[in-house]
Design a protein. Structure first.
Length: 385
């Protein structure tokens, strides 16, 4: 992608209302999101690319556990919540958007999906032979926060991965829970997020045991994941039953496992930045390589930049070229701000037949001939450490 043809509106300064955090300021300055209203954000292309990369890592690790992806509706009939006995919590412990349609049927925009997944599974799974089963989705959730704050951390509309396990007994639930626990450790490690795991109150979700994953950073609310051993309350109340080996009806033993996908954008930045901007881990970076020609109008610089850009595309390296007619200082500031992991600078050293390769995470770069530099970069991409 050429910067001149991309939609990446960076800012020198970001106007932040309420609680300020490094991640919120950098998300705005780096042209990742723009606020539409309190707690409601538009993801611009650069931010969306980072979000999609986080989703990809989560999907890979969820699929590796044997979990199966589906997609449930955001709109839910409140009748399901009456079945589970959580209807009385709506608007109190569960902040939600509840309304009536033109036929006076009461609906809500889903803040969570335990009731919906139970409705799906109880219709289709009626034998122990169909268990264990773990289903997950990555979907938009809605919560009517009284006080949205910290940008993407506590918003009114957000992206979440929620998984639900169904087992025949407590022993099976323990196995499913441990699989998810291990997967969460792998996910957060791959995303470059430092975190701690603590015992937590299960709250309105219910169940007998839960643990939450809290990211390190300036924001006091960076809970990024929460996993629960729900047991049988939902199954018993909503008649989610199966026949065991003896032909006796028994309730599913459930677990649920959430990750705040959009929160992770903030968490990754909180763990990977310096005074100049973001330092993306490769797993999340919208682009892996930034080609920065100084004085792109110069024929020799332009020819070298265009050749490297075409070669990077041919190698399928996610690349952005800053071909804007901007001063070198502004280009370098934007390069540091947006945090693309590797930068090739084409400037004064080209007279000696060299261009510079620099890691965003390191203070100095190295000089290489243009025809060798992508091979060097490829080795870095294979072995990023």
């Amino acid at each position: 992608m050429r910067w001149s043809q991309y939609f990446l509106p960076t800012l020198k300064e970001a106007s932040v209302e309420g609680e300020d955090t490094p991640s919120l300021r950098l998300i705005l300055q780096a042209g990742m999101v723009r606020q539409l209203s309190s707690g409601i954000y538009t993801y611009l292309p650069f931010g969306l690319a980072a979000l999609r990369n986080i989703e990809r890592v989560i999907r890979e690790e969820m699929n590796a556990t044997g979990a199966i992806e589906l997609l449930m509706p955001a709109l839910q009939p409140t009748s399901l919540w009456k079945e589970s006995d959580r209807y009385k919590l709506l608007g109190k412990d569960i902040v939600s958007f509840v309304f009536k349609d033109r036929h006076e049927r009461e609906l809500l925009l889903g803040p969570t999906h335990e009731e919906v997944i139970m409705e799906v599974v109880r219709r289709e799974v009626n034998s122990y032979k169909q268990l264990p089963l773990t289903l997950y989705q990555i979907q938009t959730k809605f919560r009517d926060e009284m006080r949205p704050r910290f940008g993407l951390v506590r918003s009114r509309e957000f992206l979440m991965k929620d998984a639900y396990s169904f087992d025949v007994d407590e022993e099976g639930l323990e196995l499913s829970y441990q699989k998810m626990l291990a997967a969460y450790h792998r996910i957060f490690k791959r995303l470059g997020v430092k975190y701690k795991v603590t015992g937590a109150d299960s709250g309105a979700m219910g169940g007998k045991f839960s643990e939450e994953f809290v990211a390190e950073g300036a924001c006091p609310e960076l809970e990024i994941g929460h996993i629960f051993k729900l047991g049988t309350p939902y199954s018993e109340k909503m008649k989610g039953l199966f026949l065991d080996k003896t032909g006796r009806q028994r309730p599913y033993v459930m677990g649920c496992y959430g990750i705040g996908v959009s929160r992770l954008v903030s968490a990754v930045i909180e763990n990977n930045y310096d005074r100049s901007g973001i330092i993306w881990p490769l797993s999340v970076a919208p682009f892996h390589l930034l080609i920065l020609p100084i004085n792109y109008e110069d024929p020799t610089v332009k020819e070298t930049a265009d050749r490297l850009y075409a070669a990077a595309q041919e190698k399928r390296i996610p690349v952005l070229m800053d071909d804007r007619a901007k001063q070198a200082g502004e280009k370098f500031k934007d390069a540091d701000l947006t945090g693309i992991p590797f930068r090739i600078t084409i400037g004064q050293n080209l007279k000696e037949g060299k261009v510079e390769l620099k890691k965003r995470s390191e203070p100095k770069g190295e000089l290489f001939p243009p025809d060798q530099i992508l091979e060097v970069l490829s080795q870095y991409l294979i072995n990023p450490a």
